[in-house]
Design a protein around this ligand. Structure first.
Ligand SMILES: *[C@@H]1O[C@H](CO)[C@@H](O)[C@H](O)[C@H]1NC(C)=O
Ligand SMILES: *[C@@H]1O[C@H](CO)[C@@H](O)[C@H](O)[C@H]1NC(C)=O
Ligand SMILES: *[C@@H]1O[C@H](CO)[C@@H](O)[C@H](O)[C@H]1NC(C)=O
Ligand SMILES: *[C@@H]1O[C@H](CO)[C@@H](O)[C@H](O)[C@H]1NC(C)=O
Ligand SMILES: *[C@@H]1O[C@H](CO)[C@@H](O)[C@H](O)[C@H]1NC(C)=O
Ligand SMILES: *[C@@H]1O[C@H](CO)[C@@H](O)[C@H](O)[C@H]1NC(C)=O
Ligand SMILES: *[C@@H]1O[C@H](CO)[C@@H](O)[C@H](O)[C@H]1NC(C)=O
Ligand SMILES: *[C@@H]1O[C@H](CO)[C@@H](O)[C@H](O)[C@H]1NC(C)=O
Ligand SMILES: *[C@@H]1O[C@H](CO)[C@@H](O)[C@H](O)[C@H]1NC(C)=O
Length: 653
């Protein structure tokens, strides 16, 4: 039989009149819901030469077309003996004599899925199994046709299908979980194709990113039955990054470590790229990404950008990472030496974050404060000698401070100080010439009456000079005999020349008459015993020098105390009695300037003050602790008035 069929098959193709040959029409595929039924439409032909013997019969096989392999018999029209699993379920709807082999299978189960073959039995040897078959698919769920790619904001059609091939039971379709959808539209449809029917319902809406991951369902039921079938799908909606979250901008200290986080809302997951400014740092495909920054340096301050890109679009968010650090040591000019009257501008720059406040201090006192990105410039115009000092630029921010300093040395032409004069002493006239200048001035006396120049190199007339800082003191003593000139006491002519590289001045020194001396002690805020002790020490030092240089105990000033005027003269007549005119010191970081100063006006004699009383008469006659630049002392010191005290006092700042 089999061989015959194989021979016949190509023959069928050759013969145009197909209806006159063995032939069958049935749907290639058909489907049904479990528990429902299915009608497989079928018709067949056989060669016109065949005369059916004892009627037309047919057999439906399941799975396999050949009886030798004993496929389960679905239906056997001649005997009605069928396989166990089809008992009571199958019925031949078609009339075989009309070549109609339509089959009904009811109460269907998934186990009935498979191929169904029809075998026509016309009696005798005219039995033929058609090679064509219907493939039955038994479903326990409806089908939903979902596009491969659902993109947000583009109209979407979702179609739910259910087979409708059971005449007794007609399905109904309902969409589930559509409440949250924007304006859903449902379009039912019935599609017939190749003798099979499909019922469908199309849901149309425009999905949004928020619908990603949401459930949608299609529910099928057969009215008047309890059979319900559902299919659920999860929406996978593609959308470009919607939000890119990164840490807020923040400030951290240098040397610390931070982890920046970036979270991108997109579907599918994006490629996350980190940028520092324009520079790409790293890239990864993930919904979130961490950027670890360790041991931060100020150079790492800047804008960090996280870019999310998933092919549907990109988005980025930036944050600013500020790296704070204490001020670096400021850069300032080198120390410099300038000429009085010139102008300089000093520059100070320091780095720090936040931007440091720059403060200029001169000798510890505030000069100016500037906060500026470009640094601070201190302009000194027409510099005066007192501009001399240590200039410090202090950079401060909330994380620390740093400073640098420079020294300014002011050079200036010599200036004669007020104390320059000649005074009558017992054995003659003593002339003192005091000048300040930088470099320190050279002092030289000229006696026009004698046509004599007296300076360091010709140590005549008890010439004595001393220099301390920028002050030079020159002293000569003219003895009575001739040295004072011809005109006697009132006609001494002494000129003093003061000279340095910037200038020279010659002044005639005035002869001053009797003077009262007064001691004033200028005491700073620290005041008290320490200062007094210092002065005592200074006085002793000067006194000892006097004795040593003097080498003449007979001139001991102690013997002259009963006559202050004489006492004064006695002291003055020795060149060794010349004291250091200026002593400058710093005590506990603050400057103290004290002066033993001449008084004016009344005739009272030398007065001693406080604990120094006894000693002063013996050892101290003329000493000054003076501000560096003597000519400015008026501005610096304030005299105490009113109580007859000979102190003057100043509060040191
Ligand atoms: C075969 O029989 C079925 C059931 O009676 C019928 O619905 C169908 O129309 C018939 N087919 C043809 C081709 O006559
Ligand atoms: C369901 O049953 C009711 C009464 O039992 C009947 O009126 C109705 O037509 C039936 N519906 C269907 C679709 O068979
Ligand atoms: C950035 O944000 C993430 C997540 O909120 C957090 O774990 C991390 O500590 C943050 N980083 C910084 C430096 O604040
Ligand atoms: C970051 O992404 C990973 C997977 O890439 C995920 O497991 C984790 O939960 C995400 N973390 C956050 C905070 O979103
Ligand atoms: C970030 O986004 C803006 C527009 O939103 C774009 O101009 C810029 O180029 C993006 N930056 C990066 C690094 O992608
Ligand atoms: C200090 O430095 C600045 C910058 O180099 C310079 O312009 C200025 O002239 C300097 N000042 C002096 C007095 O040298
Ligand atoms: C400034 O002068 C002092 C002495 O008066 C010295 O100790 C210091 O080193 C000098 N500073 C500079 C920057 O030259
Ligand atoms: C002073 O002395 C110098 C020489 O030492 C001499 O040339 C000059 O003429 C004299 N002047 C007077 C006014 O005598
Ligand atoms: C001192 O005076 C003499 C004249 O008496 C002069 O020749 C000499 O140059 C002077 N020396 C100085 C250092 O001025």
């Amino acid at each position: 039989m089999k061989g015959l069929e194989l021979l016949l098959l190509p023959l069928l193709l050759l013969l145009k009149d197909a209806s006159a040959q063995w032939n069958v029409w049935m749907p290639r595929d058909i489907s049904a819901m479990t528990n429902s039924c299915v009608v497989i439409p079928c018709s067949f032909t056989y060669p016109s030469g065949i005369r059916p013997y004892r009627g037309v019969h047919g057999i439906w096989y399941f799975g396999h077309p050949y009886p030798q392999l004993f496929p389960p018999v679905v239906l056997k029209s001649r005997t009605d003996i069928v396989h166990e699993s089809y008992k009571g379920r199958t019925k031949l709807l078609g009339d075989l004599t009309q070549k109609n082999c339509t089959l009904l299978i009811s109460n269907i189960g998934v186990e009935h899925s498979g191929k169904y073959y029809f075998r026509a039995d016309l009696g005798g040897a005219n039995i033929y199994t058609f090679p064509d078959f219907t493939k039955l698919q038994v479903l326990d769920q409806p089908n939903i046709d979902v596009p491969e790619e659902i993109v947000s904001d583009q109209s979407l059609d979702l179609t739910c299908y259910v087979p409708d091939n059971c005449p007794d039971m007609s399905p109904e379709i309902h969409w589930m979980y559509t409440d949250y959808l924007p304006d859903p539209v449902f379009t039912p449809d019935q599609v017939e194709e190749g003798n099979t029917a499909v019922l469908s319902s199309t849901l149309t809406f425009t999905p949004k990113p928020m619908h990603n991951g949401q459930l949608l369902g299609c529910r099928v039921n057969f009215p008047n039955t309890t059979y319900v079938y559902e299919r659920l799908i999860t929406l996978d909606i593609r959308y470009a990054p919607r939000t890119v979250w990164v840490n807020v901008s923040q400030e951290v200290m240098e040397g610390s470590s931070v982890v920046l986080h970036c979270d991108v809302d997109s579907n599918p997951a994006p490629m996350i790229t980190w940028y520092f400014g324009d520079k790409e740092l790293m890239s990864e495909t993930a919904s979130n990404s961490s950027l670890s920054l360790e041991n931060l340096t100020p150079e790492q301050e800047g804008v960090y950008t996280c870019v999310g890109d998933n092919g549907y679009g990109n988005m980025n968010t930036s944050m600013y990472l500020a790296v704070n650090y204490p001020p670096r040591e400021p850069w300032i000019n080198e120390s410099l030496t300038v000429l009085e009257g010139s102008s300089v501008s000093l520059q100070c720059t320091s780095k720090g974050n936040p931007m440091p406040t720059l403060t200029w201090l001169k000798d510890g006192e505030l000069v100016g404060t500037i906060t500026a990105e470009e640094g601070s410039v201190l302009e000194l115009h027409e510099i005066m000698p007192q501009a001399d000092g240590v200039y410090r630029c202090l950079a401060e921010n909330e994380h620390g401070r740093a400073s640098s300093s420079l020294n300014i040395t002011v050079e200036f032409a010599p200036v004669l100080l007020d104390d320059s004069k000649c005074t009558i002493v017992r054995e003659g006239v003593q002339c003192v010439c005091i000048a300040s200048g930088n470099p320190e001035p050279a002092i030289e006396f000229y006696l026009p009456d004698l046509n004599v120049t007296i300076n360091n190199s010709n140590n005549r007339f008890n010439y004595y000079t001393h220099s301390d800082g920028y002050t030079s003191t020159g002293v000569i003593k003219l003895q009575d005999k001739g040295e004072r000139g011809n005109n006697g006491d009132t006609a001494v002519h002494v000129h003093c020349s003061i000279t340095n590289i910037y200038g020279s001045e010659t002044i005639r020194l005035e002869l001053q008459q009797e003077k009262k001396y007064m001691m004033a002690v200028i005491v700073g805020t620290i005041g008290g015993v320490a200062v007094i002790a210092f002065i005592i020490a200074a006085v002793r030092y000067v006194g000892q020098n006097n004795k040593k240089e003097n080498g003449n105990p007979g001139q001991d000033v102690g013997s002259k105390v009963e006559n202050p005027s004489m006492f004064y003269s006695a002291v003055k007549k020795d060149k060794q009695s010349l004291r250091k005119k200026v002593l400058k010191t710093e005590l506990l970081g603050s400057k103290f300037n004290s002066i033993l100063e001449e008084g004016t006006g009344d005739d009272s004699d030398y007065q001693s003050v406080g604990p120094m009383a006894g000693m002063e008469r013996q050892e101290l006659n003329y000493a000054a602790l003076e501000f560096l630049h003597g000519r400015h002392r008026e501005g610096v010191f304030r005299r105490a008035d009113g109580d007859g005290s000979d102190y003057t006092e100043i509060k040191a700042k």
